[in-house]
Ligand binder design. Structure first.
Ligand code: GDP
Length: 706
């Protein structure tokens, strides 16, 4: 008979929990979020003997059940709430054979909750090199449960673990440490007051900041911290918690003395030699910046090839469809709305895949922890983490993968700040806008004896401005965001390891999937809306556009191509987006823009680079290839409708540059921020704040310079 078992995977960070999860579930996994919070929820299915299915929940890595962060409270809430659908039949605690002492602390706490618990000692393949030997029998005896020696790298012991999970009913649930010795009188009174409750669970509820309304729906524990029962001061509780840790370590030390032996002479090896170089005051930074350079090159340059391919494929698919399908709104929707919308999602995949390929290799190899060690000190001053450097640098290619890359920043506040400031860095989509405006309004000529042209200098300043704003923004956010930081943070230096290929590939696959299905929906929806707004309009001017334009230019004998461009331009002017552009003219006029720029700004919300293409349509000229001169020349001729004189002059040009430097002109970034923060609140705040900054600085620039 088919049956299913619920299994929770629990363990300290870096014990190989994820690798084991991958081993057990293969590709049968899905990643979501815990309801209402940003913590990632990973689940998967593992087939066991006798047709039994194990539902495996990979809980966030945690050092103990004394919670200090959102991730950790997920663990404790899952383990305390017996009515929750995630409550495990059996807990599998994963430990690392090289860090058993620290890892066992968490194990003993979970065992005390009287949940059937299996101890996995992972990385068994390293025992020989490290000259570690273990007495498993002894461990099983003292820990009062099944202990399985595993190497998820070499796929050793995984079958034995599966068997142990299948037989979970035979596990002893007796605690291995009696925590009540830390204050016998207090615990005795606690037991009398709540005779039906598990003592250690009561203790956790009292000392943790968990939501205990959720923990036990049947029995009312809500008065536990507040009334009837003797209340201990916070300092007393902290002292007792500390005592508990000491008691547990005494037990663990005693046990390991009997069961573990390490020949320390062989332990000094590669690691210390590598650390000496990679953490070196000069070489360390040099190597890190080289690594960053390679990552940057990959997402900025190498991903260009697959991206071009995707771009062209979707373009030809569109034109193929519009030729094949009978003309009409459905064909238009497909070939101009939906297919380009899909293309706009798929186009990000190469960058995301490349970035996560590198990030997971850095994480897997143990190098990322060294990066944190190198950069944390500096970045913390701005409220960022050492791990923010990779997202900030990747942001210069594109904010989408960069925002996703914040996922491995442990502290929520540091992660949020990084997400909020990343879009300030100059992404590659800003470049076409910058290039054309700089070419138009920044005079030729150079400084440093011809070494640096004014135009190149301006471009460089714009990149610097992006970085500076991101850093400054982080500093301000760090001061004003009312979020607590993790109260303590264990800086861990895991051993160097060759990355496990399977883990790397799963990470790349999972991130890509989560982008396509998480943010993709929103991008799709907005691009279809933008398409409708740009392709439909009301009134005679729109519906009779062809006739009106043909009549108007009848005498001029235009070529068919020129005429079609004029028609497209006329249609855009009288489309919904055209009306919006005209509608916002009074708002953007003080920045030095007219309604045509207004239209281009609204449509470039799809992606910044659309700005140039839209202007080309409005001016009815080609925007690409050799004809780029045409669009530039055409822009030069434009006259400011209010002030007279050229529309694109130094003042309005700088104003536009600043606007694009600061404004959140990118629906895909908003979509990914929504996905990553699991709420609309942060993208909304980000959008508003960035737009206000953009508007204010563009306004100031134009008014001062005009
Ligand atoms: P998590 O943080 O607990 O999810 O751990 P990961 O699964 O990400 O693994 C942390 C590191 O340990 C990675 O570098 C893995 O390649 C490595 N690792 C995982 N399992 C094993 C193993 O059985 N043997 C060895 N030698 N390394 C492993």
């Amino acid at each position: 008979m088919a049956r299913s078992i619920k299994v929770s995977l629990i363990g300290n960070p870096n014990t190989g929990k994820t690798s084991l999860f991958n081993r057990l579930t293969g590709l049968n996994q899905k990643v979501g979020n815990y309801p209402g919070i940003t913590v990632e929820k990973k689940e998967g299915i593992c087939k066991l003997d006798r047709g039994i299915k194990a539902h495996i929940l990979d809980l966030p890595g945690t050092y103990s059940l004394n919670t200090t962060s959102l991730d950790e409270s997920v663990v404790i809430e899952t383990l305390l709430d017996r009515t929750s659908k995630d409550f495990p039949d059996v807990a599998v605690v994963v430990s690392d054979v090289e860090n058993l002492k620290r890892n066992l602390l968490l194990f003993t706490q979970i065992k005390d909750l009287e949940i059937p618990t299996i101890l996995v000692i992972n990385m068994a393949d390293r025992m020989k090199r490290k000259a570690i030997s273990l007495d498993i029998k002894q461990l099983e005896e003292d820990l009062k449960t099944k202990v399985v020696l595993v190497s998820s790298r070499k796929n050793i012991g995984v079958e034995e673990l599966k068997k142990a999970i299948t037989d979970f009913k035979s596990l002893d649930i007796e605690p291995c440490v009696n925590a009540s010795v830390i204050d016998p009188v207090y615990f005795e009174r606690l037991r009398k007051a709540y005779p039906n409750q598990l003592l250690y669970k009561l203790w956790l509820v009292i000392t943790q900041d968990v939501n205990f309304g959720k923990i036990d729906r049947n029995r009312d524990l809500t008065d536990l911290k507040t009334t009837s029962f003797e209340i201990k001061s916070e300092a007393d509780l902290k002292r007792l918690q500390h005592k508990e840790t000491v008691v547990r370590y005494q037990f663990i030390n005693g046990l390991l003395k009997k069961a573990l032996s390490i020949d320390t002479a062989t332990a000094k090896d590669l690691r210390s030699r590598l650390d000496r170089i990679l953490l070196h005051k000069i070489w360390g930074y040099l190597i890190f910046f080289t690594v960053l350079l390679v990552i940057f090159q990959a997402i900025y340059d190498w991903s260009g090839y697959p991206m071009d391919f995707i771009d062209e494929s979707f373009a030809s698919l569109s034109s193929w469809l519009s030729n094949k399908l009978p003309a009409g709104p459905i064909a238009d929707l497909l070939s101009e709305g939906i297919i380009p919308g899909l293309g706009g999602i798929v186009i990000f995949i190469p960058q995301i895949a490349f970035l996560f390929l590198f990030i997971s290799i850095l994480e897997e190899s143990g190098y990322m922890s060294r990066v944190v060690f190198l950069m944390d000190h500096l970045m913390k001053k701005f409220g960022l983490s050492g791990k923010s450097v990779v997202p900030l640098v990747s942001g210069t290619a594109c904010a989408i993968p960069a925002v996703m890359a914040t996922r491995n920043i442990e502290d929520w506040k540091e992660r949020l700040i990084t997400i909020l400031v990343v879009p300030f860095t100059t992404c590659s989509a800003r470049l076409p806008v910058y290039l054309i405006i700089v070419g138009l309004v920044i005079p030729e000529g150079s400084i440093l004896g011809g070494l640096l042209s004014y135009q190149a200098l301006t471009l460089m300043l714009l990149y610097l401005l992006g970085f500076a704003t991101a850093i400054l923004g982080a500093w301000v956010l760090n001061k004003i965001l009312p979020i607590n930081r993790k109260s303590f943070f264990v800086m861990e230096m895991p051993a160097y390891k060759l990355p496990i290929l399977k883990n790397v590939l799963y990470t790349v696959l999972e991130k890509t999937k989560s982008f396509v299905f998480g943010a993709g929906k929103i991008i799709m929806a907005i691009s279809v809306i933008l398409w409708v707004l740009a392709s439909y309009g009301l009134g005679e001017q729109y519906t009779n556009a062809e006739q009106i334009v043909t009549e108007k230019y009848e005498s001029e004998n235009l070529s068919e191509k020129d005429l079609n461009q004029k028609i497209a331009s006329h249609k855009l002017e009288y489309s919904f987006i055209g009306y919006i552009g005209k509608g916002i003219e009074p708002v953007v006029a003080p920045l030095g823009y007219d309604w045509k720029i207004g239209i281009a700004i609204v449509s470039s919300f799809a992606a910044r680079e659309v700005f140039v293409g839209t202007l080309a349509t409005i001016y009815s000229v080609e925007s690409d290839g050799e004809d780029e001169l045409t669009i530039k020349n055409r822009m030069k001729e434009e006259v400011n409708p209010i002030l007279g004189g050229p529309l694109f002059n130094f003042a309005s040009g700088i104003s536009l540059l600043l606007f694009y430097a600061f404004a959140m002109q990118c629906m895909s970034t908003l979509a990914i921020v929504k996905r990553e923060t699991n709420s609309w609140k942060w993208p909304a705040i980000q959008f508003l704040a960035m737009t206000v900054i953009a508007y204010a600085s563009a306004l100031a620039a134009f008014q001062i310079l005009k």
